[in-house]
Design a binder for this molecule. Structure first.
Ligand SMILES: Nc1ncnc2c1ncn2[C@@H]1O[C@H](COP(=O)(O)OP(=O)(O)O)[C@@H](O)[C@H]1O
Ligand SMILES: [Mg+2]
Length: 222
C-alpha cells in the first residue's frame, strides 16, 4: 500500500529496512513520527503471514500502551492498521545504544547499568521484550534510554521469558560490544538494584538465577 493513504502522515525518508519491517520517518500533524510497516514475507503462506503480522502489531501496540501507562520511556502510538500491517508512533530523537557503545567511551558502565534498571522496570510491569539487543534501545541527547520494537514481546511472561531477555542481551553484549568486559555484570547490577521487592512479582534474584541457568545450558551445548 501507499504510505500516503495514512491520514495526516507526511513521509520524509526511510530510516531502517529490516527483514520484517520498513521504518520511515516523517511527520504527523506537525510532529515527528515514524511509520513501521511490515513487509509481506514471500516464503510464508499469505494466510500465515497476515496472522503473524496481526499478532506482532497487536502485541507491539499493547506493550507500548502499557509502557506509556506506567510512564516508562517509549514511543507513543498514534495510529495502527492491523490489516494493512503498519503502526505509526512518535519519533524518539536519538541514536541506538548500539551506536552509542560503538562510538563513545564515556559513561558506558553507568549507561549499561541504567539499561539494567529499565529492563527490570519493564519486567515488573509484566512485559518481556523478546528481542533485547542494543539496536532496540534509543538514547537521546540527554542520555535517556527508550525501549522500542515490541513485536516479540509477551504480556504476563514466565520467568523463562524474563531470563531469556537477559540472555539475548548477554549474547549481544558479548558479540558486538566485547570491549566492555564488565557489561553483563553492570547490566545485572542495575537489574538487581531496581527490584521493588513486591510480593506478587517474579523477583529480580529469581530472574538472574534463571538467566545464569540459561547461560550454563547454552555453554554446555556449545
Ligand atoms: N519510535 C522511533 N523513533 C526513532 N527511531 C525509531 C523508532 N522506531 C524505530 N526506529 C528506528 O528504526 C529501527 C528499526 O525499528 P524496529 O522497531 O527495531 O524494527 P525491526 O523489527 O525491523 O528491528 C530502530 O533500530 C531505530 O533505529
Ligand atoms: Mg529492532
Amino acid at each position: 500500500m501507499e504510505a500516503a493513504d495514512i491520514p495526516m502522515w507526511i513521509v520524509d525518508k526511510v530510516v531502517h529496512q529490516g527483514a520484517e519491517a520498513t521504518v520511515t520517518s516523517g511527520s504527523w500533524m506537525g510532529k515527528s513520527a515514524v511509520l513501521k510497516m511490515r513487509r509481506p514475507r514471500g516464503y510464508r503462506t499469505p494466510h500465515l503471514d497476515r496472522k503473524l503480522t496481526r499478532q506482532r502489531l497487536t502485541v507491539e501496540a499493547r506493550a507500548l500502551g502499557r509502557l506509556q501507562y506506567h510512564e516508562l520511556s517509549a514511543p507513543s502510538i498514534i495510529d495502527l492498521d492491523l490489516e494493512q500491517g503498519w503502526i505509526l508512533m512518535s519519533k524518539i530523537e536519538g541514536i541506538t545504544l548500539f551506536d552509542y557503545l560503538n562510538n563513545k567511551n564515556n559513561l558506558v558502565s553507568e549507561k549499561i547499568k541504567s539499561f539494567g534498571v529499565i529492563i527490570r522496570k519493564l519486567h515488573e510491569i509484566g512485559i518481556s521484550h523478546g528481542d533485547l539487543t542494543t539496536h532496540n534501545v534509543l538514547i537521546d541527547s540527554e542520555g535517556n534510554l527508550s525501549l522500542i520494537d515490541f513485536g516479540l514481546a509477551k504480556i504476563f511472561p514466565e520467568v523463562e521469558h524474563l531470563g531469556l531477555d537477559l540472555q539475548v542481551l548477554n549474547e549481544c553484549l558479548t558479540a558486538s560490544h566485547s570491549e566492555y568486559e564488565n557489561a553483563v555484570e553492570d547490566m545485572v547490577a542495575g537489574y538487581l538494584s531496581a527490584d521493588s521487592e513486591k510480593e506478587d512479582l517474579i523477583s529480580a534474584p529469581e530472574v538472574i538465577s534463571r538467566f545464569n541457568e540459561i547461560r550454563g545450558r547454552v555453554r554446555y551445548h556449545a
